[in-house]
Design a protein around this ligand. Structure first.
Ligand code: MG
Ligand code: MG
Length: 256
């Protein structure tokens, strides 16, 4: 059984979610051709620490950085490096914070300069698949309802769903039960109940769904070397309609 969070816990989770959302927006401001992915990591780590929080990925099972930064055919868990971003790349940035004993976790795939039409479509569809999944995060549904919504939407555009990795519960630990797959059947999987906090995070490939693990033991690449996109938000399961704790508003509507 997964214990739903108390409203006090959810408030702390919300503070984390906003901090992660703002961190991703800070990173987004510096994404451009000519910038290294290590620089993106530096911006995020500074911002997180300046806000009194800790970058939770740093040291997690030995992960060496504050951000997972995954360029083009890297699906997730890429290391920041001296790689210089170039026009037409896409860069998936996954960020985690630990603040007041709770975790935040969200991700966004940024275009670098102008990207081609097919890649722009991959980003748009992946993000929309996340929102389709979120809509199913209501009391009484199951994780399979979320997975089915993500999968059926993404596949209807000819894209494919990475199956080796999934979303998750979140709270005092970054990864809690239940697992939240991005594929599945309606009415199957773990039951969702009011107050559960989960991360939904579709990883969608432009080509086939196969992936392989880098020799570094972390980075996950597409087997066909085509692009992959990744968006993640933290959500509270509620009765009737979900409550989304993190947001892309700071990235997409900075003047709001
Ligand atoms: Mg994440
Ligand atoms: Mg996550």
């Amino acid at each position: 059984m997964v214990r739903p969070k108390t409203e006090e816990e959810i408030e702390l989770m919300r503070e984390n979610a906003i901090l992660v959302s703002k961190t991703l927006a800070e990173v987004g401001k510096v994404v451009a051709p000519g910038v290294t992915t290590l620089e993106l990591n530096r911006v995020a780590e500074t911002f997180i620490r300046d806000n009194g929080a800790v970058p939770s990925f740093l040291g997690y099972e030995g992960f060496p950085a504050a951000l997972c930064i995954s360029v083009n055919d890297v699906v997730v868990h890429g290391f920041p490096s001296d790689y210089v971003l170039k026009e037409g790349d896409i860069v998936s940035v996954d960020c985690g914070t630990l603040y007041k004993g709770y975790n935040g976790d969200s991700a966004y795939t940024f275009p670098v300069g102008e990207i081609d039409e097919e890649t722009a479509r991959l980003l748009k569809v992946t993000k929309e698949s996340l929102y389709r999944g979120i809509a199913e995060a209501v009391d009484g549904n199951r994780t399979g309802d979320i997975g089915h919504a993500v999968q059926s939407y993404a596949e209807s555009f000819g894209f494919s769903v990475v199956r080796e990795l999934e979303g998750h519960g979140i709270g005092k630990a970054m990864h809690e039960n239940p697992g939240v797959p991005n594929f599945g059947k309606r009415g199957r999987g773990a039951k969702l109940s009011d107050g559960m906090t989960i991360c939904i995070e579709p990883m969608i490939n432009a080509g086939t769904r196969g992936v392989y693990l880098d020799r570094n033991g972390w980075a996950v690449h597409t087997a066909d070397r085509k692009n992959s996109a990744h968006y993640e938000l933290t959500v509270v399961v509620r009765k009737g309609a979900p409550e989304v704790l993190s947001t892309f508003e700071f990235i997409e509507n900075p003047n709001c």
